[in-house]
Design a protein around this ligand. Structure first.
Ligand code: TXA
Ligand code: MG
Length: 332
């Protein structure tokens, strides 16, 4: 199998048989199962080690499938879906009665997304052709619970190995961080998880900036847990001004550091593990998870991330870095 030739037929057969298939999306790789098959969905939770009350996103081939899964879809949700699908936006809507608790975590809402990756879309189309036109693939990020989301097929293999029957190759993910989640089941839309589609993008459709509610610890969104998206190695955020002093102090103490910086190139005497990421939020998001994963394997005592700008365009990255720092260094 070559990267340009994903085995769609085998993927569809596995999904129909209630097995798991990892698939590329434009955000991160997902671990997919037939969303209408609770026994198949249960395998996702087992493979990830994820608590069963955490709801999953249902991926659809197109807008036509929305009414099959969601009830009372407000006009504003349709506008968001028309504008940003296929793409990195998840919309939370009131669910239809039949939607399994396994998918919704027992909640009255369901998260829907039409992904923007050609391999994901082709798989969804082929799956729908045999399973029914409104079929959905439930898919969380294809990592073990609390860990860094995979942004290429090799990361999925590293995270899940034998626990997934097939990994569809789709190259590196274009976006690199998880979708923006907007809850449209309430009176006003609320952002539950910031992402590539920023509040400013949403405002262009909504006519004003949406409320943002990313409270830590809320079980409704596992990505909103205080500790998430985390490497095993401890991690610290350090401001650009303090970075060199901080690293020197670590070196005197014999601590081995790996550094991620959007601004400063490595200098003589600095740690050999040093990664410059793009200094713009889109490029930075694209490379962040792969960089954290590399550094987690570098055999260092501490991952040092140079603090990034406070500007609104960096909000999704602040969110991921904050949670990664909170979860880093925990081995469980
Ligand atoms: O970009 C993405 O969204 C990726 C790709 C694979 O689509 N998926 C992803 O899934 O990040 P996951 O499960 O790692 O994160 C989905 C988030 C979870 O935090 C979950 O709690 C939330 O979406 N979610 C799903 N359904 C929900 C619902 N009904 N109400 C509130 N939050 C929901
Ligand atoms: Mg996840």
């Amino acid at each position: 199998m070559t990267p340009t030739d994903p085995d769609y037929q085998r993927a569809v057969d596995l999904l129909l048989a209630g097995e798991l298939v990892a698939l590329p999306t434009e955000t991160v790789y997902g671990l997919g199962a037939d969303a209408a098959n609770p026994a198949a969905v249960a395998k996702i939770f087992a493979a990830k080690g994820r608590p069963a009350d955490h709801p999953l996103i249902v991926h659809l081939a197109g807008h036509d499938a929305v009414d099959h899964w969601a009830a009372q879809v407000p006009a504003v949700a349709w506008e968001l879906m028309e504008t940003f699908w296929p793409g990195p936006l998840t919309v939370i809507l009131k669910k239809q009665d039949w939607v399994p608790d396994a998918v919704t975590g027992g909640q009255e809402t369901v998260g829907l997304r039409v992904p923007g990756h050609p391999v994901a879309l082709e798989l969804l189309r082929r799956f729908s052709a045999v399973r029914g036109e409104h079929a959905g693939i439930a898919a969380p990020s294809a990592n073990r619970f609390g860990r860094i989301s995979p942004t290429c097929a090799a990361h999925v293999a590293e995270e899940l190995g034998e626990r997934v029957s097939l990994i569809l190759e789709g190259g590196p993910c274009a976006v690199g961080i998880e979708s923006t989640i907007v809850d449209c089941s309430r009176d006003e839309p609320v952002v539950l998880r910031p992402g590539h589609i920023s509040p400013l993008h949403l405002a262009a459709v909504l006519g004003g900036l949406p409320a943002i509610e990313t409270a830590c610890g809320a079980p409704r969104v596992s990505g909103s847990l205080a500790a998430h998206y985390a490497p095993v190695t401890p991690m610290r955020l350090v401001t650009g001004e303090r970075l060199l002093d901080f690293l020197n102090a670590q070196r005197h103490r014999g601590g081995r550091c790996a550094v991620i910086s959007p601004n400063q190139p490595s200098q003589a005497g600095m740690p050999h593990v040093w990664r410059m990421l793009p200094a713009d939020p889109v490029g930075y998001a694209h490379d962040l998870y792969a960089a954290l994963r590399d550094m987690d394997h570098a055999g260092v005592d501490l991952i040092v991330v140079e603090a990034i700008p406070e500007a609104a365009e960096w909000a999704a990255i602040h969110d991921r870095l904050r949670r990664a720092v909170a979860g880093a260094g925990q081995t469980g």
